[in-house]
Design a protein around this ligand. Structure first.
Ligand code: NDP
Length: 253
């Protein structure tokens, strides 16, 4: 397990949930990982400490996404952290994971809520990739975390699913654009995944959610992190522009 030795990675929203799992996994493969967060500094420092305890390398980067100047702030911290540790700002793996959910019916969704979903889930990943273009080395990897809800109807998450539909377009078009540089761009779509939110402490709720998966359990962050680690590795060099269903069979119906 050392497929990313000498590589650098940015995982947005990796202070908790799925992103934390991805950051820990990529660090275990040898990557120096930038653990990004918005408000959870203690949680992000905890992820860095866990990675270092495991023999890995990581540093925390703060930036609230979805507000003016967000990407600039993110890259100031990222570039400084990379330069201090590697002497360069080269980036090899970019995982656009940070996201916010809606949980509001179509009738009650406000224009502000809709804009926020798109600002964090779709606009920020586009401009993060745009800004990263100067840093990404030949053969780099971009993975965008989408959602099974782009294929599975849920009337309480229409605006959220729309924002994830937009994020999936990044893989299609950026994959073509970046292929000459050997850079792959793919989408990973989790199903219901244990992210530390209080609902996962309610056994009846977990049992109900587990029925969504063909395997009869909810996803764990590691289930998604393993897929991302594969896509980040050289083993996945021939996969680009793809939609990877990582929903544990939820989309089988
Ligand atoms: P969590 O809510 O557990 O964690 C979200 C992470 O993103 C945190 O690190 C948080 O940092 C960060 N974040 C949230 N909003 C912002 C923002 N505006 N600016 C910067 N950082 C932000 O998320 P999950 O682990 O559940 O989800 C991760 C990804 O997977 C998301 O894109 C989500 O849409 C997708 N997904 C999740 C599923 C699930 O069942 N969990 C299912 C399908 C897709 P901080 O705490 O500092 O705010």
């Amino acid at each position: 397990m050392s497929k990313l030795v000498g590589k650098t990675a940015l995982v947005t929203g990796s202070s908790r949930g799925i992103g934390r799992g991805i950051a820990v996994r990529l660090a275990r493969e040898g990557a120096l990982v930038a653990v990004h967060y918005a408000v959870g500094q203690d949680a992000a420092e905890d992820v860095v400490a866990a990675i270092e305890k495991d023999g890995g390398r990581a540093f925390a980067v703060q930036a609230e996404l979805g507000v003016p100047g967000d990407v600039h702030q993110l890259f100031l911290g990222l570039e400084q952290g990379l330069k201090e540790r590697t002497g360069s700002t080269e980036l090899n793996v970019l995982v656009n994971n940070a996201g916010v959910m809606g949980g509001v019916s179509a009738q009650d969704t406000t224009s502000e809520q809709f804009d926020r979903l798109f600002a964090v889930n779709a606009k920020a990943p586009f401009f993060i990739i745009q800004r990263a273009l100067a840093l990404l080395a030949p053969g780099s990897r971009i993975v965008n975390i989408s959602s099974g809800l782009t294929r599975f109807a849920n009337p309480d998450e229409i605006a959220y699913a729309m924002s994830k539909g937009a994020v999936e377009q990044l893989a299609l078009h950026f994959a073509k654009f970046l292929a000459p540089r050997g850079i792959t761009v793919n989408s990973v779509a989790p199903g219901i995944t244990r992210n530390g939110s209080p609902v996962f402490d309610i056994p009846q709720a977990v049992e109900q959610m587990a029925q969504m998966s063909a395997f009869g359990r909810v996803g764990e962050p590691q289930d998604i992190a393993d897929v991302v680690a594969f896509l980040a590795s050289d083993d996945a060099r021939w996969i680009t522009g793809a939609f990877i269903d990582a929903s544990g069979g939820t989309l089988l119906g």
